[in-house]
Ligand binder design. Structure first.
Ligand code: CIR
Length: 255
């Protein structure tokens, strides 16, 4: 949760075509741009360097950069998204990662894996199998990161949930913010787990970034719980990204 850099990408006008599980309205570009600017500014306020990439009209979901790669201290791994329309985003991210990392690997396939299904904690790398992440993708990642000394543990993304991190986030080396439904699966045994308030499950897609916890706006009970637990919460408007099943983690790569 301590980072010196982040990579983000500005939303494109094509965001209106972004993937969604359920149509709850078309995202508004202007409002999304304002929220995105607040997000980037909050990351920068911690003193971190933010590499801001330009919009990609050809890839409506490209603002959700997290899914294209996994960034670890030893190197980066380019993912292989399970969503066919997102496959091309990886090549767009590759040059930036090669600039900042000496060691960049890639998931060659045939399996698939997206960054949103990966939670790196102080002790292990948790990967949730989902509609976007399959067994072969997980095994390929395991082989790569075990060379770097990381232990990978496979877990399950709850049915009907897009990504593992849709339902959880890391608050510090051993504290996890999770929905109750995900925690009930037992995957966080041995960690300290804080639950999102009932009816506020969408607050689980938050991020700890240096001194701040960036939380989607509109979940007051969870924000208060985090505040009481000693975290410095910054609430960010997520209404437009939420229409595309996106949250705080999806909007950046952090390292
Ligand atoms: C998608 O369905 O791929 C995008 N509309 C949302 C991706 C959200 N990413 C994430 O949770 N890491």
């Amino acid at each position: 949760f301590e980072f010196t850099r982040a990579i983000t990408r500005k939303p494109a006008a094509s965001i209106t075509e972004g993937l969604r599980a359920e149509d709850i309205g078309t995202p508004d570009l202007e409002r999304m741009l304002a929220a995105h600017a607040h997000y980037v500014e909050t990351l920068k306020r911690t003193g971190a360097e933010v590499i801001e990439l330009p919009p990609l009209e050809d890839f409506p979901d490209a603002v959700f950069v997290e899914d294209t790669a996994l960034c670890l201290p030893q190197g980066a791994v380019l993912m292989r998204p399970g969503a066919p329309s997102r496959m091309g985003e990886v090549a767009e991210m590759s040059p930036t990662l090669h600039r900042v990392y000496d060691d960049v690997r890639r998931i060659e396939g045939p399996g698939h894996i997206e960054g949103g299904d990966i939670l790196v904690t102080g002790r292990e790398v948790l990967v949730g199998r989902s509609d976007r992440t399959d067994e072969q993708g997980v095994e390929e990642l395991r082989n790569i990161i075990s060379e770097w000394g990381h232990k990978l543990r496979e877990v399950l993304t709850p049915p009907g949930v897009l990504h593992f991190k849709t339902d959880c986030s890391l608050l510090d080396g051993e504290t996890i913010l999770s929905t109750k439904r995900l925690d009930d699966s037992g995957c966080f045994e041995g960690y300290r787990v804080l639950h999102t308030a009932e009816g506020e499950e969408a607050a689980a897609n938050s991020i700890r970034f240096n001194q701040f916890v960036l939380c989607p706006d509109g979940f007051p009970e969870t924000a208060e719980m985090l505040d009481k637990a000693g975290f410095e919460v910054v609430q960010i408007d997520n209404a437009e990204c939420a229409k595309l099943d996106g949250g705080m983690s999806c909007l950046s790569l952090r390292f």
